[in-house]
Design a protein around this ligand. Sequence first.
Ligand code: F6P
Length: 564
Amino acid sequence: MTAPTTPSAPIDPTSTDAWASLEAHNLELTGSLREWFDADPERAQRFSADAADLHVDLSKNLVTAETLELLQQLAREVGVEAHRDAMFAGAHINTTEDRAVLHTALRRPAGASPALEVDGQQIDEDVHETLQRVYDFADSVRSGEWTGVTGKRIETVVNIGIGGSDLGPVMVYEALKPQAQAGLSARFLSNIDPTDAYETTRDLDPETTLVIVASKTFTTQETLTNARLVREWLLQGLRENAGLTVEQEKEAIAKHFVAVSTALDKVEAFGIDPKNAFGFWDWVGGRYSVDSAIGTVLATVLGPDTFEELLAGFHAMDEHFATAPAEKNVPLLMGLLNIWNVNFLEAETHAVLPYSQYLHRFPAYLQQLTMESNGKATRRDGSLVTTETGEVFWGEPGTNGQHAFYQLIHQGTRIIPADFIAFATPNHALADGEQDVHELFLANFFAQTKALAFGKSAEEVRAEGTEGALVAAREFSGDRPTTSIMAPKLTASVLGQLIALYEHITFVQGVVWGINSFDQWGVELGKQLAKGLAPAVAGDEQAISAEDSSTSALIRYYHEHRQQ
Ligand code: F6P
């Protein structure tokens, strides 16, 4: 089998014909969303597309058919399709780390044909073998066969991880919480602030707690420190409550600690039995890993069936991205729209506003996915980018955001493209009278994108009886771009589809900008410096004096104010 080829050096997007045409088009573009909708009764239909179970309406973006055509031309000129195919085939598109990027392989169904072999590894076999081990473990915890060292059933699973080893699992858990097995719940510990470990464990019973240490590298300071803290808490609690002896400690760790990592040797060195460890591979980036063994906490608490459904949802979106024609390819179009908004309309941020409380951690999850991927200023060949890249992603669930920051989106001076996400049916049965509440909630969802698109003119404000200076204050310009994403219900499959949608949007943007979306060198310097600062923080006067004046003064402030 020939090795998949990595696409050649990045093409400067600003040097393409499409870019020049887009610039000219932007200058010539006239009209408004009001006018465009009036002129074309089919606009919503024309600018909508379905991807698996997601219905995506792009019509309230500041684009015409010509804009979208030119953006697709740009995608062709910079080779988005070739890159996509190279990624799916296992080419080493993560060039700075010389790695394949194969998170899409994590959700290929068992027996997919032809089988995927990359760098001599039978990918499908390895993925499904690991999944089976994760499911067997999950089933044994769920059935009560796996108990703590004192024979009690596990009631709480604490996932210790950070970044991709935390944000994905916590987001999915919060989204699908109604599917958690009765009597079993999850908690997530990530911050190295000792308060986080304290708050996570303080009301737990060590006898019924299982800990998953999740770390791709198993070197991350925060995770290993928290794992040590929790190990101490657990052993201490078992000593006090259950009379655990020193001889029983090893067995206690074996019954209460499992690990997920690509570095199984380091797991063992930490004291966790390798047979209680689940692996994954260097071709899975941390922020793309929720569908790997990093999801063990999810398979355990929500169940293997739910996890399988999640994976099927991811795969459905992968299929769409890999095969849908460009003009109906939702991740491609949304990625290109982001390019339009950032590079031509000069948007600096992008809001993601889920109208579902269950998705309350989705924006936080997307922050790592998008910003750790595309927050870069050098291209794949080491040259500097020629455009702005990585916009700031942020958001909160509606309607809370409406009463906080929507003012700025509606009437501020900045353009803030926003994705609105909603579901026709809520995830739990509605009691009498609750259907009205759900409809009220959805009415808010529909109203916001309408207000942002069409605004309210001065004449309309006056017609309502307002006069004088208040007219301007109550006027809404409209033409504020939004995308609406709807699905029948927030099922595990739909959630998988949504995550994969944003993975692929991020990918498209990275290819256009010519950057490697799969490394994260930018987080290294802070980590290195934190290690180097340890002696100064511990009080070594010579080390403190060697620091710059600001850092040494801050460390001195700490020493002067800390309570012993
Ligand atoms: O923030 C840097 C980073 O390497 C992320 O990419 C990753 O998700 C996180 O740290 C955690 O890393 P690990 O899973 O190796 O502990």
